[in-house]
Design a binder for this molecule. Structure first.
Ligand SMILES: C[S@@+](CC[C@H](N)C(=O)[O-])C[C@H]1O[C@@H](n2cnc3c(N)ncnc32)[C@H](O)[C@@H]1O
Length: 224
């Protein structure tokens, strides 16, 4: 199987089953037009996040890593009236594109975009009493994942679901000699989660338009 085939299958499934709303396509177009990297989740992955959040009845969502807000818009669509989504981004250009995408999607009122390094915003959220969040999506810099996961646990409750993206990295995750700091970030996270008794977790390998990668799904099973 090749990348071309994975991409073609994603297109087929997106058109037939996923059926993204126009605001999502517009967000991707605006992001590309502004020169943002094409590293958002795919449409099937975005809808997967939305369905997960909806299935668990999430009314408060935390996202670490906004980019142009593509995954944010998917997840915000899972929220009930009065629900809130907080998304963290440290690049002002990405944040500006995302804010305009939220406006266009009619979601600006329920999304709070925090512009700062996530490692600074996360303790601030805790100090402001903003937890617990029902659903947390970690998708920023990969060396930061272990810290983001630790803060996510502080901002969680029993029953919170935490999803971490890009944890297989074209299979490089099994290579302890890798020179890639992203691989090392994921491997450190894997060691952390393997020893963490407060969550029950699995990792699913994926292929698609975004290549060969995977995500970790963790359910918080203990009171924080
Ligand atoms: C993979 S992209 C997020 C994609 C987005 N979740 C989506 O699927 O549409 C990662 C984002 O995290 C941001 N980022 C990287 N390091 C960060 C940090 N230390 N704090 C906050 N955001 C960061 C990057 O600027 C980038 O916009």
């Amino acid at each position: 199987m090749t990348q071309d085939r994975w991409t073609a299958v994603d297109s087929y499934l997106t058109d037939l089953i996923v059926q993204p709303e126009p605001a999502l396509g517009a967000a991707l177009m605006a992001s590309a037009g502004a020169g943002l990297p094409s590293i958002a989740v795919s449409a099937p992955q975005g809808k997967f996040l939305m369905l997960l959040a909806k299935m668990m009845g999430a009314s408060s969502i935390l996202e670490i890593g906004t980019l142009g807000g593509y995954s944010t818009i998917w997840m915000a669509r899972a929220l009930p009236a009065g629900g809130r989504l907080v998304t963290l981004e440290n690049d002002p250009k990405h944040a500006a594109v995302a804010a305009s995408n939220f406006e266009r999607a009619g979601l600006a009122g329920m999304i709070e975009l925090r512009l700062a390094p996530a490692i600074e915003t996360l303790p601030r959220l805790l100090a402001e009493g903003r937890g617990p969040f029902d659903f947390i999506f970690i998708d920023a810099d990969k060396p930061g994942i272990p810290d983001y996961f630790a803060w996510s646990l502080k901002l969680a409750r029993r029953g919170t679901v935490i999803v971490v993206d890009n944890v297989v990295r074209d299979g490089a995750v099994i290579d302890p000699a890798s020179a890639d700091i992203n691989v090392h970030g994921v491997r450190r996270f894997n060691d952390v989660i393997a020893a963490e008794s407060r969550v029950s977790a699995t990792t699913i390998q994926t292929v698609g338009s975004k290549g060969y990668d995977g995500f970790t799904l963790a359910l918080v099973i203990a009171d924080q």
